[in-house]
Design a protein around this ligand. Sequence first.
Ligand SMILES: Cc1cc2nc3c(=O)[nH]c(=O)nc-3n(C[C@H](O)[C@H](O)[C@H](O)COP(=O)(O)OP(=O)(O)OC[C@H]3O[C@@H](n4cnc5c(N)ncnc54)[C@H](O)[C@@H]3O)c2cc1C
Length: 369
Amino acid sequence: MSQSSQNSAKLTETTSDEMESSFDVGIIGAGPAGAGAAYALCDSDATVTVLEKSGGVCGRAATRRKNGCRYDHGANYIKDADPRTAELIPTLGTEELVDIDEPVWTFDETGEITEGDSRDEHKWTWTEGMTQLAKRLFAETDVNINHRTRVADISRVEKAWTLTDTDNTDYGPFDALLLTPPAPQTVTLLEATAWQDTRLETLMSAAADVEYRTIRTVVLHYPFMESYPWYGLVNVDKEHPVGWLSREECKDGHVPAGESLFIAQMSPEWSTNRYDDPVDVAGADTASHVAALLDDERYENPDWIDDQGWRYALPENGIDNRAARVAESAGLYIAGDWIVGEGRVNKALWNGYDTGTRIANALSLSQRS
Ligand SMILES: Cc1cc2nc3c(=O)[nH]c(=O)nc-3n(C[C@H](O)[C@H](O)[C@H](O)COP(=O)(O)OP(=O)(O)OC[C@H]3O[C@@H](n4cnc5c(N)ncnc54)[C@H](O)[C@@H]3O)c2cc1C
């Protein structure tokens, strides 16, 4: 039996443990918000089942391995902008934790590079990459994660939620259901929800108002390494085709010695216009912009390239708290960076955590009454 089917909370395979559990919670999405919610629920009486469409965890905080390199091609790092992050990260284990020392500098439309302010913020990842965040949070829990499980339909039967994936397998019933995909994907799920209730309409229309920036990440590898005083360069006037450029060799365990690997996150305009360009065409254009920016023509010829398109990379706006919580009285919750309106791992993590805490409180109250 596969790991996924062993772990699933399929309607037909309810185990005795689940029968004894006080309540069941379903979480759609194993990104930072889903992991934060699961972490918050781990001290409660909930049996938590996570349904994740991909084969991994941590969503847009993604890591890939290729040709002996490891790189974070979505979120670059997690900052300690929230004091709770500074407290939490070391408790997940300091082994293999990477705090990027080099600073982030800035550049403008003309390609002029300027030293950034040297704020004392941590920029954390792990030698194994950003996915460690969710892996380590889930490791603290005993949740069941069902990978390669894309939820397609939701229904409400006798005050409980059940889910159906694209293979027509059912999951549940859940006393509470938490949706964490980006807003447009959450809207698609809400549209596929069989529940005649005005709260669903309110939630859907609030989520539909969230707009996103599209980013195409282009990865450029070179068989040599040049030293720079910066780890990353950010385009501050938003007029350059390159929105962000960073050096994965500044992260321990990511790039073999003597090699360099750039993460170029292209501007929303460039990314939208060239989203479907073949990777070699997009890579060649990106490399020419990087070579011009760094004033070094060797960067025009990477020895290999890779890419990833993020249609829904970063939310431009959030939604108001009242709309976000309108269906919580029926056990239907949402969480993620788009609730807060800021595409940051720490924002998603703590929005998920706070939502998970509300779920635990609501279910334990309902149990007592
Ligand atoms: C290119 C890029 C660079 C970034 N850089 C940074 C950075 O440097 N620092 C920073 O803090 N943040 C950064 N971010 C933002 C950060 O990655 C996000 O804010 C964070 O990942 C949001 O977490 P989330 O859990 O809300 O959503 P996600 O990470 O998107 O997780 C949602 C999960 O839901 C799953 N899912 C979706 N639909 C379904 C379905 N139907 N069924 C089952 N599962 C489903 C997805 O596969 C995914 O795993 C960056 C993002 C991008 C794209």
